[in-house]
Design a protein around this ligand. Structure first.
Ligand code: 3H9
Length: 655
């Protein structure tokens, strides 16, 4: 066995006439210019060397190829382009096998699709997630995948950007064989025994004939989820094209659309989101701080929020101790958590063994002393400062000296809670979003006295939960609710200034929000915010602009969807513009002598984006948020902001 090198990132060994080419381009083996050039050089070598009978492509560790190098997008293209490398692989005169050791994503799967055989380790992940970056596969994915697995299955994978296990990909027909152990040895043996067999070139295969219904269904499902994004619709069109045109025509059209989308605003926004997600949760100076070991998580309060947190922690493999005040409440809490797990079983996301394993790690008790074993205790009790401070003072006496205490408060001041305890350095905020077992967003609140290793532990915990942690400082409502308040305030000002609720909602929904702001209010119910406004009335700045319309709606019993009336009315459950609300708004304007203006949808969106971005700038200036990208992620993952617009900070800056 002799070692060969073709570029900085491409090396190879020769074993019994089989050239095993290894791509090694950390961190994700992206198809950079050096990788592409190295692959071409390796193929040149294999072509010329008569002793080489077959080629295997593989990667080190748990990544085969993570895709095209996204950092190269927007820079002048460098030859050889990926489609050229892929055409060379497919047309190669000797058999080329992909030995898929780990993730084969985007361009990585496109390389594999052009190989004549695909073997994979069962742990590998397979997919064409390009639509998540606002683009379509640009190196043959839309043309070769349907030739292997049919149009309906290809639409489902490509237009949804779905990533599947190697086992699933094997069932679909993407992977020829799953290899449990010694993937490379198995691939070498198979390559040697198949040298004289004809090569199966994916691009030469006809697209298998699917009946029309599954294709139409996959098409409709994908477009419904796309919420106005362009890439999924283009992906569907390109897959359909594969069935009716030659490979060359299909590839040319795919390339044209790929380039167009790559240079679009939508793709720029989604790339921003991609990189913001990778940066989120990173805190300067914290890389070297070791987190504390967390295995047992205590959760005080097992209501809606607490039971969701418990389910998330059980899913991540933690032991969970839930605490309630009475045995009866503890039983109910256990039932709620069990109910969440049962729902996961019903929907096929969890099997019975997984459910039972989780329940085996759960204790729900009425005795707070059980928390003595916890490494981390999260409180999810009623959001009242006295209730929470008393609880934390009690916890101080129960938990171990090295245990971490976290508050899930949404609006209270965690510094005040911490100040009331004996060890404020072990207090951190973990602001979950409901339902906590589903929502990815988690605001990790770095309080004034939080110790660095406590913050590092909270981040490690949230990552193990599979959450997207955003670190923020202490302010009322943290990042999300502060921006949301500014957004809501501006929308209500606009109502006074002349826009109607349905006009604002229509503008927001056309922009990409799943639901307009006033429809969301109605769904959530108006009475809790009304009660808060009444509490705050005495301390409100009388000079500040205050819109009374929401109060008037509540006074008229219009508490939202459940009451059948709110900002809208709901005859037969259908959201309907109500002239009574319009009259009430007009009366409120007249009272303040406001002459209403009319607003276009674009003006509405611009004004709301500006309000959010201004508040975001204030959060950055105050040091509450570390990065504009963090603010964008909070609004996308917690408040329905469309990801393909990049978040309010990104979008406002591009207007
Ligand atoms: C494509 O392929 C287009 C083609 O169809 C056509 C071309 C003509 N490029 O996620 P991690 C960075 S489009 C450049 O934390 P993990 C990332 O920013 C692509 N950089 O790792 C981070 O940097 P830093 C289709 C990339 O182990 C570091 O790598 N492919 C790329 O948790 C580690 O990332 C995809 O969409 C990239 N492609 O997960 C797959 N990917 O350290 C995108 C990552 O500076 N990637 N980086 O913060 C992933 O899904 C995950 O990264 C992966 C590894 C599962 C691979």
């Amino acid at each position: 066995m002799s070692a060969l090198r073709f570029s900085d990132t491409i090396s190879a060994t020769l074993t019994d006439g089989v050239l095993v080419v290894t791509i090694d381009n950390p961190p994700v083996n992206a198809l950079s210019a050096d990788v592409r050039a190295g692959l071409m050089a390796a193929l040149d070598h294999a072509e010329k060397d008569g002793a080489i009978v077959a080629v295997i492509l593989t990667g080190p560790g748990n990544i085969f190829i993570g895709g095209a190098d996204i950092k190269e997008f927007g820079k002048p293209p460098v030859e050889p382009l990926l489609p050229q490398v892929i055409a060379r692989i497919e047309d190669f005169s000797k058999p080329v096998t992909a030995a898929i050791n780990g993730a084969a994503l985007g361009g990585g799967l496109e390389v594999a699709l052009a190989c004549h055989k695909r073997y994979a380790a069962p742990s590998a992940k397979i997919g064409l997630p390009e639509v998540k970056l606002g683009i379509v596969p640009g190196a043959g994915g839309t043309q070769r995948l349907p030739r292997l697995i049919g149009a309906a299955a290809a639409i489902d994978l490509i237009a949804n950007g779905r990533i599947v296990s190697a086992g699933h990909a094997h069932k679909l027909g993407i992977i020829d064989s799953l290899i449990e152990n010694s993937l490379i040895d198995a691939a070498i043996a198979a390559a040697k025994s198949a040298v004289d067999l004809p090569l199966r070139r994916t691009g030469k295969l006809p697209v298998p004939e699917d009946s029309k219904e599954p294709i139409d269904k996959a098409d409709a499902d994908a477009l419904r989820k796309a919420r106005g994004q362009h890439a999924p619709a283009e992906a569907v069109r390109l897959v359909r094209l594969a069935a009716t045109s030659s490979l060359g025509e299909g590839l040319a059209e795919e390339r044209r659309i790929f380039v167009k989308l790559r240079d679009s605003e939508e793709a720029a926004a989604l790339r921003h989101v991609f990189f913001a997600e990778r940066t989120a949760g990173k805190v300067d100076g914290l890389e070297k701080v070791a987190p504390r070991k967390i295995e047992t998580v205590g959760i005080v309060g097992t209501g809606l929020m607490g039971s969701g947190i418990a389910a998330a922690a059980l899913n991540a493999g933690y032991r969970v101790v839930g605490i309630e005040q009475t045995h009866e409440a503890a039983d109910k809490g256990r039932d709620r958590i069990t109910g969440i797990l049962d729902k996961a079983v019903q929907s096929g996301r969890l099997d019975m063994a997984g459910r039972d394993d989780r329940l085996g790690r759960l204790v729900v008790a009425a005795d707070a002393q059980e928390l003595a074993q916890a490494d981390l205790v999260i409180e999810a009790v009623f959001d009242d400062l006295t209730v929470k401070t008393e609880l934390f003072q009690r916890l101080d006496r129960i938990v171990r000296a090295d245990a971490i205490l976290a508050t899930n408060t949404s609006y209270l001041d965690p510094n005040a809670i911490a100040a009331a305890t004996a060890h404020p350095e072990r207090i951190v905020g973990l602001h979950f979003f409901s339902p906590a077992n589903i929502m990815r967003l988690l605001e990790v609140v770095n309080c004034e006295k939080t110790a660095p290793d406590v913050l590092a532990s909270a981040l490690a915990f949230s990552k193990r939960l599979g959450k997207l942690p955003i670190v923020c400082g202490v302010t009322e409502g943290f990042i999300g609710n502060r921006i949301f308040s500014a957004y809501r305030r501006e929308a209500e000002f606009m109502i006074e200034d002349g826009a109607l609720p349905h006009e604002i909602d229509a503008a927001l929904e056309a922009y990409g929000f799943p639901m307009g702001l006033f429809a969301v209010y109605d769904m959530a119910g108006l009475e809790i915010a009304w009660a808060r406004r009444k509490r705050q009335a005495a301390t409100r700045d009388p000079a500040a602009r205050y819109v009374t319309i929401a109060d008037r709606l509540c006074e008229a019993g219009r508490f939202g969807q459940k009451a059948g009336r709110g900002w809208y009315s709901y005859p037969d459950g259908k959201r309907t513009v109500d002239p009574e609300v319009t009259a009430l708004i007009e009366a409120a304007r007249a009272e303040k002598s406001i002459v209403p203006n009319s607003f276009t949808a674009d003006e509405i969106v611009t004004r709301l984006l500006k309000a959010m971005a201004d508040e975001g700038e204030a959060l950055l200036a105050e040091g509450i948020a570390a990065r504009a990208g963090d603010i964008d992620l909070v609004m996308i993952n917690g408040y329905g902001f469309p990801s393909h617009k990049g978040g309010p900070m990104f979008a406002a800056a591009r207007r």
